[in-house]
Every structure is written in structure tokens, then in C-alpha cells.
Design a protein around this ligand. Structure first.
Ligand code: 16G
Length: 250
């Protein structure tokens, strides 16, 4: 029987709208689509490299290249000797400045937020220091629980200068989308990450036991001209997220 993956690859190869001449990128897209449509569920294995290359008439090198990119992105994981699987934990590469919404959509998940606060106010002295703002500057504050479908994954408190985002109502699902529309999407960020035990309040919002492991992350993001456009404190569930960084020697 033809696998969902081979038929999706064939479909993309025939589809004039795809316009992707490189086979490894076409295969990468086919894998993404199949995961998106839940044709292969998290935790399930992909067909082996050899089976894929035979079924699709592609070289092993091409198949490996297609898969390698998705392993780097965290969509697939490889277990030595066992094969390649659709990632169960959410693997988040630390080298790319992406948003919660983009990360989840890329995994075929449905991101949504519950807002506790979406308002405008004056910057506090601590925030002014952290964000290089003058005392009293107006800022937008967002306090959200972030979900994949019904599953809460993270709590986030964001502070954004009103010069970049004058109206909190501009943020619907995604802060970065709202900033992008204003031409203020961050280009660079500094991120600090530490392990924490989730407090009773955070644990309740995240539907986990009090004292479960969490990751407290602070992100300060910058525009091209060096202005800080976001100061966000996040608490991510430690039982679901892996943060992965690529390291290189000088
Ligand atoms: C991520 C960022 C957070 C950013 C948010 C924007 C981490 C640890 N944090 O959650 O700083 O504000 O994405 O997401 O990655 P949004 O555009 O979906 O609102």
C-alpha cells in the first residue's frame, strides 16, 4: 500500500502550484503537510530512509537531506538504530527568533490564547530599566495563557512600548503578527532561561501538579535600530518542551 507520505510527495510533484524544483525541499514539504494533517501522529515513525528512497525513486542522500532539515527544526526526532519519529515533545530551536503561534502552526497544532490582561499603562521603574524607556512611558501589557488546542503550554507576560504597538486590541492571536503589521517585528533577541518549580498559581493555569518542573524564560527583543520592542517573561511547561541550541567552535 502506498504510504500517505509517498502519495503526498507525488501530489506535490504533479501540482503546478508547488513550483519547487528541488526534490529534497519537495519531500520536506510533503512530510510537513502529512504531519500537519495528522497523517502521521506525534510519536509515530516515518518510513525508513531506504523505503522512502525506493518508493519515491530518490537517492538516499536526498531523503536524508529532507529529513535532516526537519530534525533540526524539531519537527522530527531520530533515535539511534530505531528510526525517525514525529516529535512528541515540542522541540524549540533557540537559534531562530520565532513566535509561539508560528512554532505551533509549524507542528500542525492549533495555537490559541486566553487573555488575563490586554491593556495599556505606564512603564514601571524596573521595566523602564530593562527596556531602556523613559520613566512614565506608555506600554502595552499582555498576560496570556498559551494553548495548543485545549492543552495549556505556557504563561506569558509581555510588555511592549506603545511607540511600537499603540493599541493592545491590535493583538488577536499573535503579538508578533501585530508587530509585523506595524513594521515593528523584532529582528534579534536576548533570552535567559532557568529551571523553576511551578508555583500553585502557575501550576493551576497549566493543568499540572504544584511543584512540577518549568522553564522560566525572559526575552528582550530588539528592532534593527536597537530599540527594545518586547520584554516578555514566560513560564513553559518542562514536561513538554525541549529547548535546543546549535553550538559551533569559533
Ligand atoms: C514566544 C516567545 C515570546 C513571544 C511570543 C510571541 C519564547 C520563550 N517566548 O512565546 O517572547 O512574545 O512567542 O508569540 O519563545 P505570538 O506572536 O504567538 O504572540
Amino acid at each position: 500500500m502506498e504510504s500517505v507520505l509517498t502519495s503526498e510527495y507525488r501530489r506535490l510533484s504533479r501540482d503546478p502550484a508547488t513550483q519547487q524544483p528541488l526534490a529534497y525541499l519537495r519531500l520536506r514539504q510533503a512530510i510537513r503537510n502529512v504531519i500537519d494533517q495528522r497523517g502521521i501522529e506525534p510519536g509515530q515513525a516515518l518510513p525508513s530512509e531506504r523505503d522512502l528512497s525506493q518508493a519515491l525513486g530518490l537517492s538516499r542522500v536526498t531523503v536524508r537531506k529532507a529529513i535532516g532539515g526537519l530534525v533540526e527544526e524539531g519537527l522530527l526526532t531520530q533515535r539511534h538504530g530505531a528510526g525517525t519519529f514525529v516529535a512528541e515533545r515540542i522541540v524549540k530551536p533557540m537559534s531562530r527568533l520565532t513566535s509561539f503561534t508560528e512554532d505551533l502552526r509549524a507542528r500542525g497544532l492549533n495555537p490559541r490564547s486566553e487573555f488575563f490582561e490586554r491593556g495599556i499603562g505606564e512603564v514601571t521603574p524596573e521595566e523602564a530599566m530593562a527596556m531602556n524607556l523613559s520613566p512614565g512611558a506608555p506600554v502595552v501589557r499582555l498576560h496570556r495563557v498559551r494553548y495548543a488546542g485545549d492543552e495549556p503550554l505556557a504563561i506569558e507576560r509581555s510588555v511592549v512600548p506603545a511607540s511600537a504597538l499603540p493599541d493592545p486590541a491590535l493583538v488577536h492571536d499573535s503579538l508578533y503578527e501585530a508587530l509585523e503589521q506595524r513594521g515593528c517585528r523584532p529582528r534579534r533577541a536576548l533570552q535567559r532561561l532557568r529551571a523553576v518549580l511551578l508555583t500553585a498559581q502557575h501550576a493551576r493555569l497549566l493543568h499540572v501538579a504544584v511543584g512540577s518542573a518549568g522553564l522560566a524564560i525572559e526575552r528582550r527583543s530588539f528592532l534593527d535600530d536597537g530599540r527594545i520592542v518586547e520584554f516578555t517573561s514566560s513560564w513553559y511547561r518542562g514536561d513538554i518542551y525541549d529547548f535546543v541550541a546549535e553550538l559551533q567552535t569559533d
